[in-house]
Design a protein around this ligand. Structure first.
Ligand SMILES: [Zn+2]
Length: 329
């Protein structure tokens, strides 16, 4: 007779065996090992540092006027201040966060904002403030400081350029450029070494999402902070993501052009939604297959999430761009 423990172990082992297998993660997609508190902190350039918990990323500048924090993901949470406490005293400056820049309003990137003083100067896009007022989450105090298109911050002699190029992942997502640190931060567009998660990183505006890498590459920089996962990115990572998305868009157009949904309508008759689902699912699988083949072993989880992103891009090509749109004669 088995003990409750072994029963549980056996059950969960066989339940795990039943789950699908995926291609291995390329070693180059992985970041450095975390410390025992579950984070890794390192210098990006000069007094700019980044922190990761393996899945999320944040960054901070140590300056003579205090620490400027760029996002506050809740999964890193109190490890943000621990990482700052490791670095700031060694640089001979205060460990107090005085400024917090929001990349966008999402809780998974700024939901640890309330760990920092009410009096911290919070800065972000005007739409970020509007959305945070709407969402009314005590974990995310709305940014008092706002801007519309561009704004340059000079804090402790360090320059941070903020720019909004239109909606992409969210309506309020901005570029944070640190020209004197050769660094660009743009969250939830490119995950260096990895495919986007569901629906192009859960993106609200696909034309803006597809355009965002070119906007990022138009700036001068060497280091890329994408917000996910365990490592920083390079210009090559952004260009590779751009090509991956372009391949998905091209393959989606071909699938739209060659689709024949007759048999689905024959089979499902008056249940037009069933026919629509059958047809779309087939078009998505057809469009995604060559992209999955090309990027497996190149971008981690290409086999996990490419179909989801392809579905999303294909709908944008049909609905935003009107490709394949058909007018009754
Ligand atoms: Zn987001």
């Amino acid at each position: 007779m088995s003990t409750p423990e072994t029963t549980t172990a056996t059950t969960s082992a066989s339940a795990a065996d039943a789950l699908p297998d995926y291609a291995p993660v390329p070693p180059s997609s992985l970041g450095p090992a975390l410390n025992e508190q579950g984070y890794y902190v390192d210098r990006v350039e000069r007094n700019l540092y980044w922190i990761t918990d393996g899945t999320y990323q944040t960054a901070f500048l140590t300056t003579s006027d205090g620490v400027v924090l760029l996002d506050a993901p809740p999964t890193i949470g109190n490890n943000i201040q621990r990482a700052i406490d490791e670095i700031a005293p060694a640089n001979g400056v205060s460990n107090k966060v005085t400024h917090l820049v929001y990349s966008h309003h999402h809780a998974d990137h700024v939901g640890a904002s309330s760990l920092f003083d009410r009096n911290v100067i919070r800065i972000g896009h005007e739409e970020t403030r509007r959305l945070l007022l709407r969402d009314d989450d005590p974990a995310r105090p709305p940014n008092e400081e706002t801007f519309q298109d561009t704004r340059t911050l000079e804090i402790g002699g360090e320059r941070i350029d903020l720019a909004w190029h239109g909606a992409n992942h969210t309506p309020d997502n901005i570029i944070i450029h640190l020209p004197d640190h050769d660094t660009l931060m743009l969250i939830d567009i490119v995950n260096p070494g990895w495919a986007p998660v569901y629906l192009s990183n859960l993106t609200e505006d696909i034309p803006g999402y597809l355009e965002a890498p070119a906007n990022a590459l138009a700036y001068s920089w060497k280091h890329f902070i994408g917000g996910h996962l365990g490592r920083l990115g390079t210009r090559e990572d952004v260009a590779l993501h751009q090509q991956y998305m372009a391949d998905i868009a091209e393959s989606s157009r071909k699938a739209i052009d060659s689709a024949d949904l007759t048999r689905y309508f024959e089979k499902y008759g008056e249940n037009v939604w069933a026919a629509f689902k059958g047809g779309l699912d087939e078009m998505v699988a057809t469009a995604a297959a060559p992209v999955i083949e090309k990027y497996t072993g190149v971008l981690a989880a290409a086999d996990v999430f490419t179909e989801s992103t392809t579905f999303h891009v294909m709908q944008s090509i049909r609905l935003d761009l009107g490709h394949g749109s058909w007018v009754h004669p």
